[in-house]
Design a protein around this ligand. Structure first.
Ligand code: Z5A
Length: 241
């Protein structure tokens, strides 16, 4: 998950920042992997895959604390501060260097998750969170946000199936259905408020149908990105994130 410096003299196409958002088990990680593969193998793009909270060593340390639930007693605003602290390191050390280098950054969750989890579902006032977001994120906004929408019952059933396979639920998966319902409404409200940035994808479809919908949204919103990259953009750099 580290960005490499551009080789001297290499053409540096503009980077693109694409985020995946949605509730539990919506299919973000599955679809992020699929889009990364398409961009690399079919379009010959340089792709960095990452996640929030996390993506850098320091942010991963904050992630471990947040998902363990040790910060929960301090309340949702304190958790929002910790998510923001992780995000600042992630932006400084990974996302911005990669974008400056012309890479395509695919990020599993970003600032909309704070708006939805700590705001819509957690009850922190929206204006407070937007002020925090302005400080933490600055002008590095996603070019496209894919919101995978799924009824919370279906997402939680997917999470339960994973739990049956031996994986313990984390601090947020353990919240009640009402929390997850507010969460879904929060993500849909973000999409309605910023339609130029956000595309809502029906996450209840088969993985193949979701992937096709995502490709269609990427083609429509970022024309040319899924077409084969010009040779000048492929030379002298390797692919792996
Ligand atoms: N959080 C926050 O509160 N505030 C913030 O600012 C940020 C985050 C950034 C991170 O946990 C937690 O932090 C998260 C929000 C909070 N809450 N939780 N929990 P995480 O990264 O570990 O968890 P997640 O983001 O929710 O990931 P997830 O539960 O793994 O969901 P997913 O990535 O969307 O889904 P998936 O892993 O691709 O798929 C889940 C399962 O469903 C899996 O078994 C798949 O095989 C299956 N699947 C996927 N797609 C399909 C389809 N289309 N049909 C059927 N089954 C499918």
């Amino acid at each position: 998950m580290t960005a490499r410096p551009a080789p001297p003299g290499a053409a540096s196409p503009p980077g693109r920042f694409i985020t995946f958002e949605g509730g539990e088990g919506a299919g973000k990680s599955t679809q992020l992997g699929r889009l990364a593969r398409t961009l690399r193998e079919t379009a010959g793009r340089h792709v960095v895959t990452t996640r929030e909270p996390g993506g850098t060593e320091r942010a991963e340390a904050i992630r471990a604390a947040l998902l363990s639930g040790v910060a929960k007693p301090y309340g949702p605003f304190a958790e929002a501060l910790l998510f923001a602290a992780a995000r600042i390191d992630h932006l400084d050390r990974l996302i911005r260097p990669a974008l400056r280098n012309g890479e395509i950054v695919l990020c599993d969750r970003f600032a909309d998750s704070t708006r939805a989890y700590q705001g819509a579902a957690g009850g922190v006032e929206a204006g407070t969170l937007l002020a925090l977001e302005r400080v933490a994120v600055g002008s590095t906004r996603p070019d496209l946000t894919l919101i995978l929408d799924l009824p919370p019952e279906a997402g939680l059933a997917r999470a339960r199936a994973r739990a049956a396979a031996g994986e313990a639920p984390d601090r947020f998966e353990a919240e009640a259905l009402a929390f997850h319902t507010r969460l879904r409404e929060g993500f849909l409200a973000i999409a309605a408020a910023e339609p130029e940035r956000c595309a809502v994808i029906d996450g209840a479809q088969s993985p193949e149908a979701v992937e096709a919908a995502i490709r269609a949204a990427v083609s429509a919103r970022l024309p040319g990105l899924l077409l084969e990259a010009p040779a000048s953009a492929r030379e002298g750099r390797d692919d792996a994130a």
